[in-house]
Design a binder for this molecule. Structure first.
Ligand code: SF4
Length: 438
């Protein structure tokens, strides 16, 4: 029987990937995706636990959905509510206690079991909780990926063994798991057959991937052999896992794009130690120098946390100094948010919220100016752009340049899914405008 599914996704690219896979596992049960909760028979919130605000958003959304569920019950058309992702993994029992309207809570490692869990709901077998870390990797029980268009994501690694003191991922996603190389290659070929021209390899600690004696550099080389696949990317990396051959791949692999997301979080050695990042600021600078020595046009992005417990004005200034000395094409910045169960949540000397907010503004202003400068440096250049989405205006297509520059241009629909040469005419706050180069 045809049923409808609405998935609301919070947080990282891995959650976006997981939501697409949840839809894949539920499709055989007749669940087809819809754009809004009030059209759905099953609503799934795929949650993020990385910051307090993200977790609280889930409970306010569940409050709104309770009203919809009650209204649907009065119409005699039941609505099932499920919560997945990292908040579910960390606070499953609490969700069931605080939100009686929720029928099902499942973790990132058990969504391959959704068909039997949803079947139980449909048989009226009431409220379910499954936040196991099952012995069997979920990946082995997922159906073939549905088409994702010209730019596709492929999870190759999950979980993390780094235990940065502020992070919940090792607790919500579990230990690092690397998918087998041949399975990844087969999945990539299927994605290319379905129209993918660019594949981004995903993992919380993706550059730690290794399997059956294969390194990530070797996997990237094998992927580059796939006919029809034009571009490769990988995210998110840890500075401590950038091996020599992976650095070399940025010189030698012609399909590997000159862009790397390499979170550093802070420029202060004392804070990096307290975060258990396993490297200091100069290690990071030296790594960047080695990468740029082999690929001078490499653009970097990073993540920064301000207001970590004990962060002094001098520590914060060290972050600004590192940003100024490295130069980033884009970056993301966050106020430190204590997460339940993480070592950092017990640390003394919390930074007042007002100080955090002021530092966030100063740091964000610096990274915004670098991002603008990166875009402005593209004006007048001809960039290869993969056209993978509609543009802002009729008759336009849009896509990304090699260093993730968002580009809009007038182009016929026939060019959708192709890498085309674009002459950049203008740069705007967060994007570029161009025209097809002759
Ligand atoms: S490496 Fe990333 S995912 Fe792993 S614990 Fe550190 S911040 Fe979290």
């Amino acid at each position: 029987m045809a049923r409808t599914l609405f998935i609301k996704t919070y947080g990282c690219q891995m959650n976006v990937y997981d939501s697409a896979r949840m839809a894949d596992v539920l499709a055989p049960l007749g669940y087809g995706p819809v754009e809004a909760a009030d059209e759905a028979d099953l609503v799934i919130l795929n949650t993020c636990h990385i910051r307090e605000k993200a977790a609280e958003k889930v409970f306010s959304e569940l409050g709104r959905l309770k009203a919809l569920k009650d209204a649907r019950a009065r119409q005699g058309r039941p609505l099932f509510l499920a919560v997945g992702g990292c908040v579910a993994q960390a606070e499953g029992e609490e969700i069931l206690a605080r939100a009686p309207q929720v029928d099902l809570v499942f973790g990132p490692q058990t969504y391959h079991r959704l068909p039997e869990m949803v079947a139980k709901l449909e048989r009226g077998q009431g409220r379910l909780l499954d936040t196991d870390f099952p012995p069997e990797p979920k990946f082995d029980h997922l159906p073939a990926q549905g088409a994702q268009g010209p730019s596709a994501f492929l999870a190759i690694q999950e979980g993390c063994d780094k235990f940065c003191t502020y992070c919940v991922v090792p607790y919500t996603r579990g230990a690092e798991y690397a998918r087998p190389a041949q399975v990844i290659l087969d999945e990539a070929r299927r994605l290319v057959d379905q129209g993918a021209r660019e594949i981004t390899l995903l993992g919380q600690n993706v550059n730690a991937w290794q399997a059956e004696g294969w390194s990530l550099a070797r996997l990237l080389d094998a992927l580059a052999e796939i006919e029809g696949l034009e571009r490769l990317r990988y995210t998110t990396s840890h500075p401590g896992a950038m091996s020599d051959d992976l650095i070399g791949a940025h010189r030698d692999n012609p399909k590997l794009m000159p862009f790397l997301h390499l979170p550093v979080q802070s420029g202060s050695d004392a804070i990096l130690r307290a975060m258990n990042r396993g490297h200091d600021a100069d290690d990071y600078r030296r790594l960047v120098d080695r990468l740029r020595a082999v690929r001078p046009d490499l653009a970097l992005s990073s993540d920064f946390i301000v207001g970590f417990p004990g962060e002094s004005e001098a520590d914060f200034q060290a972050s600004l100094d590192l940003i100024a000395s490295v130069g980033f094409a884009q970056s993301f910045s966050f106020k430190y948010s204590p997460r339940p169960g993480t070592p950092a949540a017990q640390l003394p000397h919390p930074v007042p919220e007002a100080v955090k907010a002021q530092r966030l503004d100063r740091l964000q202003a610096l990274i915004d100016s670098q991002a603008r400068a990166h875009l402005e440096s593209c004006v007048g250049c001809v960039l290869p752009v993969l056209l993978d989405r509609p543009g802002r205006h009729p008759g336009q297509l849009a896509g990304r340049g090699p260093t993730m520059q968002p580009v809009h241009l007038a182009a016929p629909p026939s060019l959708f899914g192709q890498v085309v040469a674009v002459r950049i005419r203008e740069s705007h706050a967060n994007s570029l405008a161009g025209e097809l180069a002759a």
